[in-house]
Ligand binder design. Structure first.
Ligand code: AMP
Ligand code: ZN
Length: 113
């Protein structure tokens, strides 16, 4: 837990968020600036700044499994969806608590910008 981290504050319920999933290790909530009809962020409760600092394969792998579960629940699993993690400047990471984006509900262009 980091005192000044936005996502740690959401995890601690100090800042409101539209939480769609929570268990002992993860929280998932709707992105405040959605880029697709479905845009959810999946975060580990443990504060890890970015993929560069990650060491726990299970913790990072679990992000994808939570997203797949949510994709099914939100009705985009069959049509398709995208999961991605932005890391550092060139990818446009803005919040330094690792998070996996789950995007769906429309055709997603490739390659991304
Ligand atoms: P990234 O650019 O990969 O670091 O993604 C950060 C994401 O967090 C962006 O898509 C933002 O729209 C989203 N975001 C920022 N603040 C909030 C918030 N308070 N609640 C939900 N999503 C947020
Ligand atoms: Zn954090």
């Amino acid at each position: 837990m980091a005192d000044d981290c936005l996502f740690c504050r959401i995890i601690r319920k100090e800042i409101p968020a539209n939480i769609v999933f929570e268990n002992d290790a993860y929280v998932a909530f709707r992105d405040i600036n959605p880029q697709a009809p479905l845009h959810v962020l999946v975060v580990p409760k443990e504060h890890v700044a970015s993929l560069n600092e990650a060491t726990d394969a299970g913790l990072i792998g679990g992000l994808s499994l939570v997203a797949a579960q949510l994709a099914k629940r939100e009705g985009v699993a069959e049509g398709g969806y995208r999961t991605l993690i932005n890391t550092n400047r060139d990818a446009g990471q803005t919040v330094f608590h690792v998070h996996l984006h789950l995007l769906g509900g429309r055709p997603l262009g490739w390659p991304p910008g």
